[in-house]
Ligand binder design. Structure first.
Ligand code: ADP
Ligand code: UDP
Length: 239
């Protein structure tokens, strides 16, 4: 019998007959401000799953080790079960969001090098910033694991910035999560969709990510469908 292990803000995680494999279900739901704002959006789960599956398949093709096994249906995937690090790894190429607010800066200027920030995953505490020494001292992850995960973040940025650019979008910032497989290997897990990154149209700076919901700028599902169509066109061209 399949058992529901977890219902999060965007996905459900189901146990399968194989203890090392989970079934992920993408929900037609969007949340913002750590779940304080929540709404139903028909078709959002399908669009987010399609984008994330495409991106994970692209990363795997280019040598990144991930949890992704395969897409099962428009809203479902099979993934390798991980013991997750309760950390969010944020990489920023352009000033936006909380980074702009924290330092009193306008959004939009490119950063001279990517900014790397780690947050401790806790809805109760509103995902506080955490530095390397606290992460290690609190036994959340050791220096070696953190170095490995940041190295993967850099590879992902180097692969995805040009991919999104070819699709006419600037990869402003993004959040990644990692876990350990039963073998101990660290892999990229969770998802990569406009729920966890900022994408701006290269020509118009139009927002093509969850900010359209956070800031009430445009229809969320239509926006995600647009991102998907652009990515599909680029990936198809590349063969
Ligand atoms: P949240 O927990 O932030 O509300 P989601 O709704 O996306 O987010 O829920 C998915 C949950 O599953 C997250 O807590 C994420 O860390 C976790 N997760 C992602 N991939 C895996 C995996 N391969 N194995 C186990 N847990 C995972
Ligand atoms: N992000 C995320 N989950 C979080 C917080 C941030 O996926 O709990 C993503 C967010 O979508 C953006 C990047 O991380 O692409 C940087 O987010 P920021 O710190 O600016 O916070 P935000 O303003 O997005 O809450």
């Amino acid at each position: 019998m399949e058992k529901l292990l977890y219902t999060g803000k965007a996905k459900q995680m189901w146990q399968t007959d194989d203890p090392d494999v989970l079934r992920v279900v993408y929900l037609d739901q969007a949340t913002a401000f750590n779940g304080k704002k929540k709404e139903h959006f028909a078709g959002k789960g399908e669009a987010a799953n399609a984008i994330s599956s495409l991106v994970f398949q692209y990363l795997i093709k280019h040598g990144i080790k991930t949890h992704f096994i395969k897409k099962l249906s428009p809203t479902e995937d099979l993934v390798k079960r991980c013991t997750m690090y309760p950390l969010e790894f944020v990489t920023r190429n352009v000033i936006a969001g909380h980074f702009a607010g924290r330092y009193g800066l306008a959004e939009g200027a490119a950063l001279s090098e990517p900014v790397e920030e780690t947050f401790y995953k806790s809805d109760r505490l509103d995902d506080p910033f955490i530095n390397e020494s606290a992460t290690v001292a609190l036994d959340i992850a050791d220096h070696e694991a953190l170095a490995q995960m940041w190295a993967i973040c850099r590879q992902v940025n180097d692969l995805l910035k040009p991919l999104f650019a070819r699709a006419g979008m600037q990869l402003v910032d993004f959040k990644l999560e990692f876990g350990r497989l039963s073998t101990g290997e660290i892999v990229l897990a969770d998802e990569f969709s406009p729920d966890n990154c900022r994408l701006w149209d290269i020509k118009t700076d139009q927002h093509l990510d969850k900010d359209v919901y956070r800031r009430k700028l445009a229809d969320l599902t239509q926006t995600y469908d647009e991102v998907l169509a652009r990515l599909q066109a680029v990936v198809k061209e590349e063969g």
